[in-house]
Write a protein that binds this ligand. Structure first.
Ligand code: CA
Length: 167
C-alpha cells in the first residue's frame, strides 16, 4: 500500500461475482482482487439479489446458468432496486441476441470461455465509464463537480455561474 496516486482517494470499486462454478469464481476473484477491486462471490441464484442489495457493489458479474434461479430473472430482480452496472456472463454466444431482445436490464455481456484478463479489462473499462457519469471528474489541479455545478482549481473553489461551468 501507500503507492496510490494522490487523486485516487475513493474506496476501491466493489464487484459481486454471481457464479456457481466455484473454481471459475475463485480465479475471477483473484484476478479482480489483484487489479485492486474488492470482490464478493455468490454461488446461488436465490441469494444473489439480496446479496447485491446488502453489498451495494459498483459492478455485478452475473452468470446466466445458476442453480435455484435463472440468471435472467436474477438480473431483473437486481435491476428492480438498483441501477448498478450488471454484466451478464453466458456460455451461449447465440444467447446474447435473444437477451438483447428481452431487455433484461444488463449493461454488457461477456461470453464464456473468457480469459480472466479480458474480464478485468472489461470491468475496468465499464467502471471507468460508470464513474465518469455523475461523479467528480479530476484532471491535474482541476476538479469538476458536475452534480454540484462547481469547479476547484488546486485548493481554490472557482466562482462560476451554471453557464460558465458548462463551458
Ligand atoms: Ca453457471
Amino acid at each position: 500500500g501507500g503507492a496510490r496516486g494522490v487523486s485516487d482517494t475513493r474506496a476501491p470499486a466493489s464487484i459481486v461475482i454471481i457464479e456457481d462454478e466455484v473454481k471459475l469464481a475463485a480465479v475471477l476473484a483473484d484476478y479482480l482482487h489483484a487489479a485492486g477491486y474488492v470482490t464478493h462471490t455468490i454461488s446461488s441464484g436465490l441469494e444473489a439479489a439480496s446479496a447485491v442489495r446488502r453489498l451495494r457493489p459498483d459492478l455485478v458479474l452475473l452468470d446466466l446458468t445458476l442453480p435455484g434461479r435463472d440468471g435472467v430473472e436474477v438480473c431483473r430482480e437486481i435491476r428492480a432496486f438498483t441501477d448498478t452496472t450488471i454484466v451478464l456472463v453466458t456460455a451461449r454466444v447465440e444467447e446474447v441476441d435473444r437477451l438483447l431482445g428481452l431487455d433484461v436490464g444488463a449493461d454488457d455481456y461477456i461470453c464464456k470461455p473468457f480469459s480472466p484478463r479480458e474480464v478485468v479489462a472489461r470491468a475496468r473499462a465499464i467502471l471507468r465509464r460508470a464513474r465518469t457519469r455523475g461523479t467528480p471528474v479530476e484532471i491535474p489541479g482541476l476538479v469538476l463537480d458536475e452534480a454540484g455545478q462547481r469547479a476547484r482549481f488546486h485548493d481554490q473553489w472557482l466562482d462560476l455561474t451554471a453557464v460558465e461551468f458548462r463551458l
